[in-house]
Write a protein of this length. Structure first.
Lengths: 229, 318
């Protein structure tokens, strides 16, 4: 039971809103000690797995380009472009992105998207721009809501698209695990059974995006713009 | 052969550059802390593979301490000023999208082709890392296109990278820290303890109870571990295979596919999946780390219900 101390620290730390970096580090050290390692071994284990997982940070390599383009007005341009398309609303822009992201991931093209490369410089400004062209300058709460929805569309599209592709990590993991337990299954059978959930995800999240449009209309009113009706 | 190590050197130079810009720009009262934090991070990229594990561990703890006590700051220099940006947007118009779209387009092209490119019989790119290497190459090309087109001051990309990286702050290293926590959890056998607890306390004498425990357990355990991949073997060995498949005769393919997707519902709801949930909140400068999770919560819960229903109706029928 003592081995669960790390889980407890994480839950309490996140609930109390302590700095997550500190909470996670403490949980790791406590778990290691509870498992009977000495402090040097715990610190070494921490260092080894931190260094081994440096690949997750490579996404930050795009920041110089993204920053350069932002400085040159990329976000402003993305906003204007969407503002010029009459039928574009926040919900529809994000619905289109959800569809593209999900289909691309289902074809194995999971790199076509991402928060640093797509959401911050392009998708979020477009979603904001669509709302601004109808309702004028957005209150901060609304702008933040639209941004959070932009990030969510990327995640939902990726998660519930990728498992339809037969060579994705999770499918290979399932296949390997079942094989160890004496069950042989072709990846295609796993991929096929990911389709019902993928459809459900598109329906559920897509509906919520269209409801977001309704909420924006209700909260920001039809005071400005003909598209508000 | 271009391997991950090559990308780590590039990352080390970038993060080290960000540390230097922080040190030399006097617009941030906490610039020394920022410089120290990014400086240490740069060392883990440049020297991490050669340093002993213990030294890396000390570097990591030093970063955590710098970030947690006193905190990091942000400079005041915004990306060029609003009016300059709007003028530039009018001047360049849709051409601004070219470098931005070069990144996904070339990443895609590289992912599809680089695996097969060989020079003298040896692959030029580590086949296991094609996507990341493609992303890096695409980024370098996009940067070159952007520089040639926009002709900004030579240091502009580095200054802008510093603006963005400081905006993300400590959240930038949280995914790696969570990977380290996952490794320690595995070492201590946290998964085994949790699945034995679940098996002991929950009555699983009906197919519906077994299915619901498995899907909810996948989501819950994924929330704890931050990763459905860590939850899947534990939950499937503990509940899925012995109960759904062996006792009630369910189909293992359906159970596994829908089970994994139930885990993904958990991923949408947990701060432990930092690169999907916490990092974008920082990247989009949202007021709370939980802003993205809050928006995802209703979809995640509805889909978890959908997965449970789907599994219950399908798994015993095929």
């Amino acid at each position: 039971m003592l081995t669960l101390i790390g889980v407890l620290i994480v839950v309490v730390g996140f609930v109390l809103r302590l700095n997550p970096l500190l909470v996670v580090t403490c949980a790791g050290i406590a778990t290691g000690i509870a498992a009977g390692l000495d402090l040097t071994a715990v610190v070494a284990a921490l260092g080894r797995s931190f260094v081994e997982s440096r690949y997750v940070a490579i996404v930050w390599f795009v920041l110089p380009v993204i920053g350069l383009l932002e400085r040159s007005g990329l976000k402003e341009r993305a906003r204007e472009l969407i503002a010029g398309i009459r039928v574009a609303t926040t919900g529809r822009v994000l619905l289109a992105y959800l569809a593209i992201r999900q289909v691309a991931a289902a074809l194995g093209l999971t790199s076509l998207g991402g928060h640093a490369q797509m959401v911050r410089p392009l998708i979020a400004p477009m979603a904001e721009g669509a709302a601004e062209s109808r309702f004028g300058e957005l209150p901060k709460v609304t702008r933040d809501l639209v941004r959070a929805h932009s990030a969510a569309a990327d995640n939902v599209g990726l998660f519930f698209g990728e498992d339809i592709f037969i060579a994705i990590g999770s499918i290979l993991l399932i296949k390997g695990f079942l094989e160890q337990n004496g069950i042989r299954i072709e990846p295609i059978h796993l991929a096929v059974w990911a389709i019902p959930t993928a459809i459900a995800a598109f329906l559920v999240h897509g509906t919520r995006l269209l409801l977001l449009d309704r909420r924006l209309r209700r909260e920001l009113g039809g005071a400005s713009g003909e598209g508000a009706a | 052969m271009i391997s991950l190590e090559f990308l780590y050197v590039l990352m080390g130079l970038l993060v080290g550059g960000v540390a230097l810009v922080n040190l030399l720009t006097r617009d941030n009262p906490k610039r020394l802390r920022n410089a120290l934090f990014w400086g240490i991070y740069a060392v883990t990229f440049l020297g991490g593979s050669r340093l002993p594990d213990f030294a890396n561990g000390i570097l990591v703890i030093a970063m955590v301490l710098v970030a947690s006590f006193g905190g990091l700051g942000q400079g005041k220099t915004d990306g060029g000023g609003r009016e300059a940006r709007e003028a530039s947007a009018r001047r360049w118009g849709n051409r601004l999208f070219i470098p931005a779209l070069v990144i996904p387009a070339l990443t895609l092209l590289g992912t599809l082709t680089l695996k097969r490119v060989r020079v003298g019989g040896a692959p030029i790119v580590d086949p296991a890392q094609v996507t990341l290497v493609s992303l890096a190459i695409a980024t370098i090309v996009a940067l070159a296109v952007g520089m040639a087109m926009l002709r900004p001051p030579a240091l502009a990309p580095l200054r802008e990278a510093r603006r963005l990286l400081d905006a993300v702050g400590w959240a930038a290293v949280l995914p790696q820290m969570l990977a380290a926590l996952g490794a320690l959890f595995a070492l201590a056998g946290v998964g085994r303890v949790i699945s034995s607890l679940a098996g002991r306390w929950i009555p699983l004498d009906s197919p519906l109870a077994a299915v619901a425990t498995y899907t909810l357990g996948m989501a819950l355990f994924t929330m704890i571990m931050g990763n459905a991949f860590a939850a899947f073997p534990v939950m499937t060995a503990g509940i899925g295979l012995p109960l759904i498949v062996q006792r009630f005769g369910g189909d293992p393919a359906i159970m596994s596919a829908v089970g994994m997707l139930s885990g993904f519902c958990g991923t949408l709801m947990t701060p432990m999946a930092a690169n999907f949930n916490i990092v974008p909140a920082a990247l989009l400068e949202l007021p709370s780390e939980y802003s993205v999770i809050r928006v995802q919560l209703p979809s995640a819960l509805l889909l978890l219900l959908a997965n449970t229903t789907l599994m219950y109706t399908l798994v015993f029928r095929f």
